[in-house]
Design a protein. Sequence first.
Length: 181
Amino acid sequence: MLHSNNLNIVMEADTISKNAASSKSHTSSVKKMLYLIIAGIVLCGSLSAQSELRGSWVGIFKDGRGLNPPQIREIMSVNEAALKHYNSGRTFEMVGAGLLGAGMITAVVGVLTSKDSEYLNTVAMCGAVGLAAGLPVYIIGRVKIANSVRLYNAGLRNNSMSYQMNFGITPSGGIGVTMAF
């Protein structure tokens, strides 16, 4: 009788150790699947994450780095409407800056070189007209450039890569995670 109890204890201990080993392998499999899911999400996020442009009155930036006009045109070439707004805005900005510069120079030269008030008034008025015409044109250009950045970023959001993850029965009949791009 004592012998059968020992045998039962040994069999129970063997069953417990097998269950523990099975539980450990199951836990290990779950951990592996979680790592794969996390890696898939990170991979999809990095594939679909195209950096948005950020515009300010100072310039246009991508990933915190300032861009020059040829770089901006190259980046915006994928979005025709944004590129069109940028090009026209850049034209307005340059014309407005030219008018502002010419108006300021004319006004300063008129004030510094004139001795009589009639000449001063004529040159100063020409400078004031240049300033008055240049400022709105320059602002229109900056607004058009800001709109081009908004259009480009909206296009990125609309064309972002979508994906779908499912857990369940795979097409081959197994159980696992499927990801559709």
